[in-house]
Design a protein around this ligand. Sequence first.
Ligand SMILES: NC(=O)c1ccc[n+]([C@@H]2O[C@H](COP(=O)([O-])OP(=O)(O)OC[C@H]3O[C@@H](n4cnc5c(N)ncnc54)[C@H](O)[C@@H]3O)[C@@H](O)[C@H]2O)c1
Length: 350
Amino acid sequence: MAEKRYRAGVVGLTGIGANRLEADSGAVLNTPMPGSHVASYAALPHTDLVAVCDLKTELFDQFKERWGDVLPDVRTYTDYREMLEKENLDLLSVVTSDNRHTDIVVDGANAGIKGIACEKPLATTVDDCNRMIAACEANGVPISIDHTRRWWPAYHCARKAIREGAIGGVRRIVAHMGGPRAMLFRNGTHLLDGVCFFAESEPEWVFAELDEGFEDYFSYRGDGGRSPAGDPGGSGYIHFKNGVRALVNASKGQASGFCLEIIGEEGRLDVENTVTLSTGVGRSELLDLPPHMVIGIPAYIEELIGVIENGGELLSPASEAKKVVEIIVGFLKSQERGNVRVDLPLPPGN
Ligand SMILES: NC(=O)c1ccc[n+]([C@@H]2O[C@H](COP(=O)([O-])OP(=O)(O)OC[C@H]3O[C@@H](n4cnc5c(N)ncnc54)[C@H](O)[C@@H]3O)[C@@H](O)[C@H]2O)c1
């Protein structure tokens, strides 16, 4: 596609930032897919990874061990501002802890970056989301959020089926996530983004009850996503402007799993890695998934470059990712107020 080459930098060098596990084949359009930001820049035909940054210098040795043979000239920084100043980057990947995306995105947008690939969740407060969106808008910088499932074949298949009328109008969505890492901010962000992806509307109000042990958890106090102890599960309800209502069960106390039921006027879709369409008792069929899709991080970086070059809409823009943060913070406010209805959008200070 692109003739221009893009100078890329990555901030955050843990697994999702710099793993090489799946990148050895260098394949992009067919499996296996590169599983990290560094691997994606190394594999995509028109991106050059020129610099990486992390606060932990020991990760630079690991980076050189993993990537020295194919990326020997990448410069390392402990200060992302210095990297922005010196490297004249086109693309910036923000792969830092859940609560450490905001300043890097804002400074990147103000420093002339052409496109930002930011990990999920967008942020851990609505105020931070607003700061990021304002800086990107002011500088005309597209920012795409890695809510990975938006590039999964099952999600494409389900959304196409809905848009083609397979279940009639969407009425209700039931979302489940369980297991020890059923944390609202860290992984619940994927679940709630899935709900928003299929609801295709603005969340208007919510209520919720957080998991046992989180009765007094009213604003984010996690460690960035490593420890489940600082990031609650919870059960909640979301009312969307178009009438869709969603029930969310995200609890560490329930069995592992991750699935969405999308219930329409005439049928239901069960979406996981597969999509099952049910149109009545005993009438279920597995739908065919689109073959040969580019998935995961390469897909979203490719799309970002396409939008930089040609304009158009991102599949996972910050405005969508902000809905998720508003819903989760709304859940916390509901908990604080005795599990009552909380209207969205939330006022400044949240
Ligand atoms: N899309 C997905 O499926 C997926 C999967 C895994 C992780 N993630 C996301 O990726 C991000 C990183 O996850 P993690 O568990 O590796 O996080 P982490 O907390 O371990 O942080 C990643 C790295 O960022 C570095 N860092 C933090 N602040 C920095 C700063 N100001 N400058 C430079 N480096 C800084 C840390 O030193 C660390 O090495 C999170 O937002 C997480 O939710 C997404």
